[in-house]
Design a protein. Structure first.
Length: 207
């Protein structure tokens, strides 16, 4: 009798299992959650941490959440640093930019600026004599009416014009505000010096 009851109980168990097994097989993703305890939603661009999948860099971002350093389209390398160009070379002359003269280049202009030489002449005349003073002013000057700023602007203008014309290792002369101005461009396209074509005597310096 006990054996018959056991058989009936086992038969009932198998019937219950047959009702349970089909939905498990037909809908595995609904029945089995992933390791996080949530239903697996497929590939939705997120990893198990809930953040954007670091493997997808189509948005320009890496796994750190920062702009992908491997993408140099913005003009930056892997170190995200930018090296400024040498402002004294023709290679950096863009169509809408102007190359500025460096401080060392501007120092070469001083001996052609009336006001700068006027400050030095009394000392030269007193300590070295008239011959040395005349030798110092035996050069081409910018107009004495021009300020240092006007001289710098004119020299920069002529230098950039020379670069646009491809002048190298040569002197280029043009007219600025009615005055003849020259610049010398070295073989690398760098600025060497600039000068005007005015001539002055010691009398012009009130000496």
């Amino acid at each position: 009798m006990g054996y018959i009851r056991f058989q009936i109980a086992m038969g009932k168990l198998f019937e219950d299992l047959e009702e349970l097994i089909p939905p498990l097989i037909d809908s595995p993703n609904e029945a089995f959650p992933d390791s996080s305890g949530e239903v697996d939603g497929g590939n939705d661009g997120f990893g198990s941490s809930g953040e954007v999948d670091a493997g997808d860099t189509s948005g320009g971002f890496g796994n750190s959440g920062e702009v992908d350093a491997g993408d140099s389209s913005g003009g930056f390398g892997a170190g995200n640093t930018w090296t400024p160009p040498n402002s004294n070379t023709s290679d950096n002359q863009g169509s809408g930019s102007q190359v500025e003269i460096s401080k060392s280049g501007l120092r070469h202009i001083r001996k052609h600026i009336y006001g700068e030489v006027a400050k030095q002449l009394p000392h030269v005349l007193r300590n070295k004599g008239e011959a040395a003073a005349n030798e110092k002013i035996d050069t081409g000057f910018f107009p004495r009416e021009w300020s240092n700023e006007q001289v710098t602007d004119a020299a920069t203008q002529v230098y950039n014009e020379a670069l646009r014309k491809g002048i190298k290792n040569d002197t280029y002369t043009t007219t600025v505000n009615g005055e003849k101005i020259s610049v010398f461009v070295n073989e690398e396209g760098g600025f060497s010096t600039a000068y005007g074509h005015k001539k002055y005597t010691l009398d012009d310096f009130d000496l």
